[in-house]
Design a protein. Structure first.
Length: 246
């Protein structure tokens, strides 16, 4: 129990610092893509920041693993965290560092009880739009046959892809760009399903509350009617008894 409380205490204390590091990662990832004229030194600094943030999340995973008393169960139930930590080592691509950091931020953010589903969905939509646009721009901008050349083109493409509208005016031509498109489409469908399910659950809960209130009122009316009936019967009995006495 002592180790479990230590793990929970660690997670509570490191949540905000890790989210701040995630913001730093977002800036470091976006700067070289948005500013195509960025020098080698600035790009190198951004790359270092990305790896430092990934290292912080990796260290966080190892510390949480050391603090938990049931390490096998922790690894089994946090396999996504482990995959996100190992992924950039297997193939040191900037896109994989992006994916792994997003996964780790999402896993750590969901541990906070104060984060509501709506906030999580909105944050997911904004994050996917932003990083999807940056990722596809980074791989499509220099493609000879590509038509996603500016950040505006990339953002518009991300909107149409996530909503599965797909106007076709912009489309990725590289293999990696198409992989990003598949990820955005699946994410958009999943988020739409979550929002739809959440709205449906809200309506169902409202109807259930109305039904419960209606049943409670019906039961109260029935109970009151029974009391009135018993009261009338008692009055009739007393009246009959009084008549007999006379």
């Amino acid at each position: 129990m002592e180790q479990q409380s230590a793990q929970a205490q660690w997670e509570r204390r490191t949540q905000r610092p890790l989210l701040a590091l995630a913001v730093a990662f977002a800036v470091a990832y976006a700067v070289p893509i948005v500013d195509s004229s960025a020098g080698h030194s600035l790009t190198a600094v951004c790359t270092v920041v990305e790896w430092v943030v990934w290292g912080a999340f990796a260290a966080d995973y190892l510390i949480r693993l050391a603090l938990t008393p049931r390490r096998r169960e922790f690894v089994r139930t946090h396999w996504l965290d482990l995959g996100a930590v190992v992924l950039p080592i297997l193939q040191p691509l900037r896109l994989l560092r992006l994916v792994s950091t997003l996964l780790l931020v999402g896993r750590r953010a969901r541990m906070a009880p104060q984060i509501r589903l709506t906030t999580y969905v909105v944050g997911s939509v904004v994050g996917l739009l932003m990083f999807g646009s940056l990722a596809v721009l980074s791989v499509e901008r220099d493609s000879p046959d590509g038509n996603i050349r500016t950040l505006g083109d990339a953002v518009w493409w991300s909107f149409t892809t996530m909503t599965t509208v797909g106007y076709g005016d912009h489309a990725p031509t590289t293999g990696l760009g198409r992989m990003i498109a598949v990820g955005l489409m699946l994410s958009g469908i999943a988020l739409l399903g979550v929002v739809t399910a959440n709205i449906a659950a809200w309506f169902i809960s409202r109807f259930e509350k109305d039904d419960v209130e209606e049943r409670r009122q019906t039961e109260a009316i029935a109970s009151l009617a029974e009391e009135v009936r018993l009261l009338r019967a008692e009055v009739a009995r007393l009246a009959a008894h009084e008549e007999q006495r006379r």
